[in-house]
Design a protein around this ligand. Structure first.
Ligand code: ZN
Ligand code: ZN
Length: 202
């Protein structure tokens, strides 16, 4: 069953991830939790879209990044930081990436046009921006085919080295280690030093 998830608009500072993108775009196992950091291609596309709407200044400043700490939202727009964060779970649903990017861009564009005036997160300005960005039918909430609900992810694990969280649906075996750390420090081979540690079960 598809779950309704609300895309969130936040003014708060997004905690940046300093991880590089792996070479491969197949998000598997531990790697899926570890996508993070800047996305040059999406950033270029986002900047072009903003320029096509006449938002030159914000186009220059805008950044797009993957942030694996986003768990309930597909994306987030931070106008003050000129930052769009995308949930790495979107890698499993590539068709949703562009639409999510445009949804978040519409928040940025709406606020840019409004200047110092306050706007409602999904108000008339945002809907106009959606039309201008080619997603006239965008809804405030939309179906994201994320497979697991928050409730279903009952187990929380942590990498003892990089401290990243690994929420999981099932209990994991002892032989599962943090892929990012294994790649970074052990040539991609399993290394018991980076074995995930259970943190809690919900
Ligand atoms: Zn939104
Ligand atoms: Zn790690």
């Amino acid at each position: 069953m598809l779950l309704l998830r609300q895309l969130e608009f936040a003014f708060q500072t997004v905690v940046g991830q300093a991880l590089r993108l792996p070479n491969s775009k197949t998000a598997t196992e531990a790697g899926a939790q570890h996508f993070g950091g800047k996305d040059v291609d999406l950033e270029r596309r986002a900047r072009e879209l903003l320029r096509s709407c006449g938002a030159m200044r914000v186009a220059r400043e805008l950044r797009v990044e993957w942030n694996s700490r986003l768990q309930t939202a597909a994306g987030r727009a931070d106008y003050r930081q000129k930052l769009i964060s995308l949930n790495p779970q979107l890698f499993e649903h590539p068709a949703e990436i562009d639409r999510t990017l445009r949804h978040e861009l519409a928040h940025i564009l709406a606020q840019f046009r409004a200047g110092r005036q306050r706007t409602l997160p999904h108000g008339v300005e945002w809907r106009q921006a959606c039309r201008d960005l080619g997603i006239a039918d965008e809804k405030r909430c939309h179906n994201l085919p994320f497979p697991a609900s928050e409730r279903a992810r009952r187990y929380l694990y942590k990498c003892p080295h990089c401290q990243r969280d690994f929420p999981r649906v099932r209990r994991i075996k002892r032989s599962v280690a943090c892929l990012a750390c294994c790649r970074k420090h052990n040539g991609g081979d399993f290394d018991p030093r980076f074995r995930l540690k259970p943190l809690s079960s919900r």
